[in-house]
Structures are given as structure tokens and as C-alpha cells.
Write a protein that binds this ligand. Structure first.
Ligand SMILES: Nc1ncnc2c1ncn2[C@@H]1O[C@H](COP(=O)(O)OP(=O)(O)OP(=O)(O)O)[C@@H](O)[C@H]1O
Ligand SMILES: [Mg+2]
Length: 763
């Protein structure tokens, strides 16, 4: 059956009606049949089933292996397979870009792709196991329970899996983005800190518990304030066992140093500051701070002194300023966040060292990155995340349009440029130098007297008239941006601090002098020459930072701000993606309750809008939505025209003869290319209708022939039976007559004999 004639078919491109309702209806019908994957051309839409489906076993891997995209029902394995075989054929890098909101299934999809690649790899090896085992480690340190997802990734990642020319996995490289560090010191109600803290406290051995002074989560301020310390269905002690095993597979040697840092962070969080006599800060109970200092290899007094006062060096002279209680608490939190952030980067770096092989080998990359976010309160993190999504959306649009254009050009098809919604203006508002919001924010970071309010004034003054900028009607401390996926209001509070996010130099110095080699290494100060080296290896970061952006210029000696770093790594990422053949997976979360089977129309529609699905289909529809290779058209529709089967004609001529059967009203709605026939949706439907009609005619003819044959056979049988019956009857009649004649003769003979006897005896 033709895919378009199936209700809830596997490809949305073939939808007759083009509106959000029709998209939803199609997805809903499929979802209810547990068909969670649907294509839009070669973009895969993946609905989260929230239940385990029996479609990811070895049997399914085998079914999808080596099958061209579209020849089998939609599946994430089909995308992984296409990426793998494309890479094998062309030796060019491939990437799968997975997007969707929190809880939509990006990380699960990433893991399914990695496991497919491992399964089809032509040789199994230790590195393959190491790549798969990196996931539980990254999830323990980078995922947390949030209200949206019990295992929410709080960082973005791009994993490149490298292959030999023979198709065996030999290595991998992970790029990580924007770990949410604020979670280390505070969590919203019903959310948790990173899984690893709870795993450690539940699974540590009695010796570890004693040496690191571990207590249950309720005893630690960084864990007990949100009111949530467990996750339903998760065994934290068992999780630690898995982590230890994964550490072993990846040959981690510093595991106890890592765990010690985690314990130190928890003890640091229990350090409470109280006002001292000179308006400064002191600690009420020295024990937690002492424990933290011991685990970090620091002198307790020195650490305390650095937390309660700031020392600055001006013209060779050191000045010491006492800090208030709130400021000391901020220093403590800044140290905990920096320590965790550095620990996370170190772990990613270590995994890379173990698994990385050869950057010149082709790879299949998988991008698992946060989707567009619009919450009740949006801050600097959402601003960065949504900026990333604008850039990825731009890349997506360009790719879809470029693909269309390339295919039309390749096939020699005349077409008009399709207008599409370009989000370049919004990207410029955020990141174009020198006045983009990111750069204005950076400029403010360079002024010691600047505040969030002065920064907001600058935003308003510069971009008041910008089509994508929204200045609130009231005096609210916020600004809005009209993103491609909707308008988002950002609260300016803490923008400046979150963007700077630098640990005070004196605190850095204390940490770098730690007696624990691991801690000292984490805080090793980067000097200017190293910074230059770093920038030289990241051209996009250098572009991001160069040229008078206040405090972030390398020549000023200050470290780049979070925004500038993020902009730099995003530009690097986009450059990498642009050099790959991309595939897209759009993950959709069907309901907020994480319930299997339930589907919320409004929620799904919002996500389809954010993923730009309607526009994608519109692009295809504005051109030719359906394109069939000539051979396929001939094999399916040759029955429409007897002369199309003439072996003496070219395939193009055969196609022309078939298409000539269509009504004239459809002229201009289709074109014949070099290897394919391009048509609008209604042309495809008309062909299908003609085909169905022709089949009906044939069927009627065949039926009448068959009926005639049956009647003739029945008549012949009847005739045969009649002849048999008539013969039998004739035989019967003749026999009866013979019997009657015979009995007459017998009677006559008997009568004659009787009369003779009577005459003899004269009776
Ligand atoms: N294909 C699937 N089959 C079964 N369950 C799934 C599937 N995909 C996702 N899930 C379920 O949904 C949950 C959330 O998925 P996942 O963690 O991949 O979301 P995410 O998009 O990565 O979210 P975040 O942005 O918060 O990291 C999983 O823990 C799992 O329970
Ligand atoms: Mg995730």
C-alpha cells in the first residue's frame, strides 16, 4: 500500500492537509499503536513512550542493518544505520543532532545510537566498552532529578565516535557544554543535586564513610534544602557500584581523590558564617570547614581567612578587605561550584584521554543538547540555552533549504526560491559584535561599578527598536527576546555575576597550593601564554573574544566570561557540524506526567512548533513534496499506460507517458528530473487514484472472465451429469421393457403349454 494512503502513515511529508492539527493527529494515531517514530522526509520525530518497548534488541539491530533509510518502518536505528553507512561509503564525517525539551528522550536516543554503532562495529574492542561505560559516569556527575525529568542532563554534549576504514570503532571524543554549576549549591523544591552525591553517600564502604566523614544526605546543607533526597525507582548504592565498575573499565586511577573532592564540597556547604565583632564574618562551628580543608589538602585557617576576606594586589601592595556574612557565604558557594565544575571538566578530559584515538579518522557525532526553554522565571542559563537553540535552528533551516536546492539543481529541475523564516536577525540581536546583548553584558563585566540594573539600561537603550527585542511595559527588571520558538522574558537579576563566574584570584591561589596533587592540578593557574595557546587552538573562541570587548580581551589578562566562552564553543560546534552530513532527531515529550500512553495535544503542538516541524514540511510542500526515483514510478504506475512498458524507450520517456495520463489541470505540478520525478502532494494522490481505478477496471474484467469460465465449467458439468442421467434412464427403461416382453413371452409360452396339455388329456 502507498504510504500516503495509510491513516497515521510513517512520513508526515505526505500529509494531504498541512496544519498543526494534522501533524498532531498523525503522531497521535501512531503513538496509540506504539509506533513512536515518524519521519518528516529524513528527519526523525521520536515520541517518548515512557515505557520499555521491545524494539531495541539484537533482532531489530539486524533488521535495520544495511537497509536504506525509508525502506523499513521509521526507527532511531534507521538513522544510526544511515549515518554509519554514509560514513563508510564516503569516509566523510556524519552527525546526528538530537533536540527536544527536557524529558523528551534525547539522552536515551543518544545511548540507543551509540549502542547501535557498537553493535554494527566490525570488531569489538575494549574502547567500545569504554565508550558505552562513559555514559553512566557522565550521567552520575552531570545529571540530576528535576521536576521535568528524573534523570535530567544538566550539560550539553557532542560525542564523536571514530571508526577505522574497515568500520570498527577505535575511539571517541566528548565535547561538553555549559554544566549547570548553580545546582551544586542550591536546588529548586522537589529537585536534587547531581546524582553522584547521593550515590556516594548510599554506596560508600564503612572505611570510606569514616575517613571522609560521610553522613546521610539529610545531614548536608547542599542536599537537604530542596526536600527531595531520593528518586523513585533508583537505587543510589547500586548506582555507585555501576560507577565504580565504569571507572575501572575506563582505567580511572584517581577515584578516591574524586570522591574526596565530593565529600569536601558537602562539608564546605555545612560551613555556617556568623557576623563577628568588626562587621566581618566568622564561622560558628569550625568542624565542617576543617573537614573540608583536610580533604582538600589545605590549611584550615588559611582557607577560612580566604573565605572571610578578600585580598587584592595593587601596584605590588596587598590590600585585605573583610567580607560580610553574605559575601563570605558567596565565596564558599563560588568555591564549591568551581571545584565541582573543574572536577567535571577533568573527568570529561580523562575519558577523552582514554578513548580518543585519531582525529583524522571519520566519525559519527551525536549531539545531545538542551532544547528551547521558557519557564515562569528565565535567567542567564535560559538565555544561553535559547541562544544555542537559535544557532542550531539556523543551521537546521539552512540545511533543509540547502538540501532542497541541491537536489533540484542536481536533477536539473526549474524552481523558484522559497521564502523561509530566517532567524538571523534574532541571532544578531544576541551575538553580533559589538552591540549584541552578549557583548553588552561582557562590556559591563569590565566595569567594577556596573550592576544588573545598569546592564539592563544599556540593553534597553541600544535595542529598544529592534524587532526581536521586547522592553517590558512596566519597570520590571527584565527584558524579552522574540525567539523563533516564541517570546521569552528574562529576569536580569544575577546576569552579571553568572556571566563573570570567576573564582576570586586569591581563592584560586590557595587551591592551587593544595597538598593534594589532584586538587592542585584542578586549580592549576593558566598563565597568559597558555591562554594564548588555548585561543590559538580554538579559532572561534578567539574570534569571540578578540577586538575590544571590555574585560574579556585576552590582552587584558582576564579570563573569558561564561557568555563569551559559550559563544566560542558553540561557534566551534557549528563549524564542526557544518563539515558533517547532518541527520536530525526531534524528540517529543507526550505528557508532563511521564505516563505511558497519555498524549497532551497542547504540549505536543508547542514542541512541534519549537522544532520548526511545520516550517520544514512547508518547505518541502512549497517545492515538490514527493520525489520518486524513475524506476520506482515505472514499477508502480506502468499499468496506467500500456506503452510505458515498451523496452525500446528510455525511463524518462516511460515516466512522461505515465504522467501524461494525469488531468491537464495538474500540469505544472510535476517535473521530470534526471533520475527522479518530482511532484506536489496532489499529483501523487491523483496517480494513486488513477492506479486504484485502473486496478478496479482490471479487477472487473478479470471478474467477468472468471465468472464466464465458472459458468461454462458448471454448464459442462451439468451437461455431463445430464448425459449420464439420461443414459441411465434409457438403460433402465430398456431393461424394464425387456423384462416386460420377457415376462409376456413366458406367460404366452406357459399358456400355450397349458392348452397343449389340456388338449392331450381332453380335460
Ligand atoms: N525510547 C525510550 N523508551 C523508553 N523510555 C524512554 C525512551 N526515551 C526516553 N524514555 C524515558 O524518558 C526519560 C527521560 O528521557 P531522557 O533523559 O533521555 O530525556 P532528555 O531529553 O535527555 O531530557 P533532559 O533534557 O532533561 O536531559 C528516561 O529516563 C526514560 O524513562
Ligand atoms: Mg538528557
Amino acid at each position: 500500500m502507498h504510504p500516503s494512503s495509510v491513516a497515521g502513515g510513517p512520513d508526515m511529508i505526505l500529509l494531504e492537509e498541512l496544519h498543526e492539527g494534522a501533524l498532531f493527529h498523525q503522531l497521535q494515531q501512531r503513538f496509540q499503536r506504539d509506533e513512536v517514530y515518524t519521519y518528516t522526509g529524513n528527519i526523525l520525530v521520536a515520541m517518548n513512550p515512557f515505557k520499555s518497548l521491545p524494539i531495541y534488541d539484537r533482532g531489530h539491530v539486524q533488521q535495520y542493518r544495511d537497509q536504506p533509510l525509508g525502506s523499513m518502518p521509521p526507527h532511531v536505528f534507521a538513522i544510526a544505520n544511515e549515518a554509519y553507512y554514509n560514513m563508510m561509503r564516503s569516509k566523510a564525517n556524519q552527525c546526528v543532532i538530537i533536540s527536544g525539551e527536557s524529558g523528551a528522550g534525547k539522552t536515551e536516543t543518544t545511548k540507543l545510537i551509540l549502542s547501535y554503532l557498537a553493535a554494527v562495529s566490525t570488531q569489538s574492542s575494549l574502547v567500545q566498552e569504554q565508550i558505552l561505560d562513559a555514559s553512566p559516569i557522565l550521567e552520575a556527575f552531570g545529571n540530576a532529578k528535576t521536576v521535568r525529568n528524573d534523570n535530567s542532563s544538566r550539560f550539553g554534549k557532542f560525542i564523536e565516535v571514530q571508526f577505522t576504514p574497515e568500520g570498527a570503532i577505535v575511539g571517541a571524543k566528548i565535547l561538553d557544554f555549559l554544566l549547570e554549576r548553580s545546582r551544586v549549591v542550591a536546588q529548586s523544591p522537589e529537585e536534587r543535586n547531581y546524582h553522584i552525591f547521593y550515590n556516594l553517600l548510599a554506596g560508600a564502604t564503612p572505611e570510606e564513610r569514616a575517613t571522609w566523614d560521610l553522613q546521610p544526605p539529610s545531614a548536608f546543607e547542599y542536599l537537604n534544602r530542596s526536600g527531595c533526597m531520593t528518586v523513585e525507582g533508583t537505587d543510589d548504592a547500586k548506582a555507585l557500584k555501576t560507577i565504580r565498575e565504569a571507572f575501572a573499565t575506563l582505567r580511572f586511577t584517581n577515584t578516591s581523590a574524586i570522591f574526596k573532592c565530593l565529600a569536601a564540597i558537602l562539608h564546605l556547604g555545612n560551613t555556617v558564617f556568623v557576623p563577628d565583632v568588626q562587621d566581618g564574618a566568622a564561622v560558628a562551628d569550625r568542624a565542617p570547614l576543617q573537614r573540608a580543608a583536610r580533604l582538600l589538602g589545605l590549611d584550615g585557617d588559611k582557607l577560612l581567612a580566604t573565605l572571610v576576606q578578600r585580598s587584592t594586589v595593587t601596584r605590588g601592595e596587598t590590600f585585605v578587605t573583610p567580607l560580610s556574612c553574605a559575601q563570605a557565604q558567596d565565596s564558599r558557594d563560588a568555591l564549591a561550584k568551581a571545584l565541582y565544575g573543574k572536577l567535571f571538566s577533568w573527568i570529561v578530559g580523562f575519558i577523552n584521554e582514554t578513548t580518543k584515538r585519531d582525529d583524522s579518522l571519520p566519525f559519527v557525532g551525536v549531539l545531545d543538547i538542551f532544547g528551547f526553554e521558557n519557564f515562569a522565571t528565565n535567567s542567564f542559563e535560559q538565555f544561553c540555552i535559547n541562544y544555542a537553540n537559535e544557532r542550531l535552528q539556523f543551521f537546521f533551516n539552512q540545511h533543509i533549504f540547502r538540501l532542497e536546492q541541491e537536489e533540484y539543481d542536481r536533477e536539473n529541475i526549474a524552481w523558484h526560491t522559497i521564502a523561509f523564516v530566517d532567524n538571523q536577525a534574532c541571532i544578531d540581536l544576541i551575538s553580533k559584535k559589538p552591540l549584541g546583548l552578549l557583548w553588552l553584558l561582557d562590556e559591563e563585566a569590565g566595569f567594577p561599578k556596573a550592576s544588573d540594573a545598569t546592564c539592563l539600561d544599556k540593553f534597553h537603550a541600544t535595542h529598544d527598536k529592534h524587532a526581536h527585542y521586547v522592553r517590558p511595559k512596566t519597570k520590571a527588571p527584565a527584558f524579552g527576546v522574540r525567539h523563533y520558538a516564541g517570546e521569552v522574558t528574562y529576569q536580569i537579576q544575577d546576569f552579571l555575576d553568572k556571566n563573570r563566574d570567576t573564582l576570586r584570584t586569591d581563592l584560586m591561589e590557595v587551591m592551587s597550593e593544595s597538598h593534594e596533587p589532584f586538587v592542585a592540578e584542578l586549580f592549576k593557574m593558566i598563565d597568559l601564554s597558555q591562554l594564548e595557546e588555548l585561543l590559538a587552538s580554538h579559532p572561534a573562541l578567539k574570534t569571540a573574544l578578540g577586538g575590544g570587548t571590555g574585560g574579556t580581551s585576552p590582552s587584558s589578562g582576564k579570563s573569558p566570561t561564561v557568555g563569551a566562552q559559550f559563544h566560542g564553543s558553540l561557534s566551534d560546534l557549528i563549524a564542526t557540524l557544518a563539515a558533517c552530513d547532518p541527520f536530525f532527531v526531534r524528540c517529543i515529550k507526550p505528557n508532563m506526567q511521564k505516563a505511558p500512553g497519555a498524549i497532551d495535544r497542547a504540549l505536543v503542538l508547542t514542541q512541534l512548533r519549537c522544532a520548526g516541524m511545520l516550517e520544514t514540511i512547508q518547505v518541502r510542500k512549497a517545492g515538490y513534496a514527493v520525489r520518486l526515483p524513475m524506476v520506482q514510478l515505472i514499477s508502480r504506475h506502468a499499468m496506467l499506460c500500456a506503452s510505458a512498458g515498451d523496452p525500446a524507450i528510455t525511463p524518462a520517456e516511460a515516466c512522461r507517458r505515465i504522467m501524461a495520463q494525469l488531468p491537464d489541470a495538474l500540469l505544472g505540478q510535476w517535473q521530470i528530473g534526471l533520475t527522479k520525478v518530482f511532484m506536489k502532494g496532489q499529483v501523487d494522490t491523483a496517480l494513486e487514484v488513477l492506479r486504484a481505478r485502473k486496478r478496479h477496471q482490471y479487477a472487473a474484467h478479470i471478474q467477468s472472465v472468471v465468472r464466464g469460465w465458472i459458468q461454462r465449467r458448471r454448464y459442462a458439468a451439468l451437461l455431463r451429469q445430464y448425459t449420464i442421467a439420461a443414459t441411465a434412464a434409457r438403460v433402465y427403461v430398456a431393461r424394464r421393457r425387456r423384462r416386460r416382453v420377457l415376462s409376456g413371452i413366458l406367460r404366452a409360452q406357459a399358456a400355450w403349454r397349458a392348452s397343449r396339455v389340456r388338449r392331450v388329456f381332453r380335460i
